[in-house]
Design a protein around this ligand. Sequence first.
Ligand SMILES: [Zn+2]
Length: 191
Amino acid sequence: MRWPDDSRADAHRSARDHPRREGQVPLTRLPRILAALAATPDAEAVVHWGSELVAVPAAPGELSLRLRAGTRLPLACRRCLAPVDVEVAFDRRFRLIPDVEEVADRDAQAEDHDVLWLDPALDLRELLEDELLLALPMMPVHDDCPSVEGAAPFPVGGSFQAQAGADSQAEETEPRQHPFADLAERLKRGH
Ligand SMILES: [Zn+2]
């Protein structure tokens, strides 16, 4: 996911010729994500991502980047500490600017995007990993913990502040399916 040739000219060329890209990164290529997991993910587990990179006509030399990604990660349940599969996703916008000295001021003024230096060596995979870490829910919990009865070593909700970027709350964990419900469904469909 590096720019084709580690140079700004190529970033601009990429924006012109291939503004939309998408793909998958194996979780094994994201060591900081792996370190945050409560269980070893499947060997073939991936993060799906998509990006849109376009020039900004009103600001020559600048690029606008939208980066989205999503995956399922086994995180430690805050109630029972056993792994709980959680959907984690983000959809972020960035402005990439060539003058490193303007970055801090511009970023402080920007409301709906982050301002980054158009670093000749900007690595999209590093950026994706940063954003995925920020999108991890602070309070992953099972809907129904497998082995604990009423024990709650951590308060759930209550005094903990709701996480910023609320799209990855624990409610998004899939309810565990009843195996026989699934079987009944398959029988209905005649498989
Ligand atoms: Zn649990």
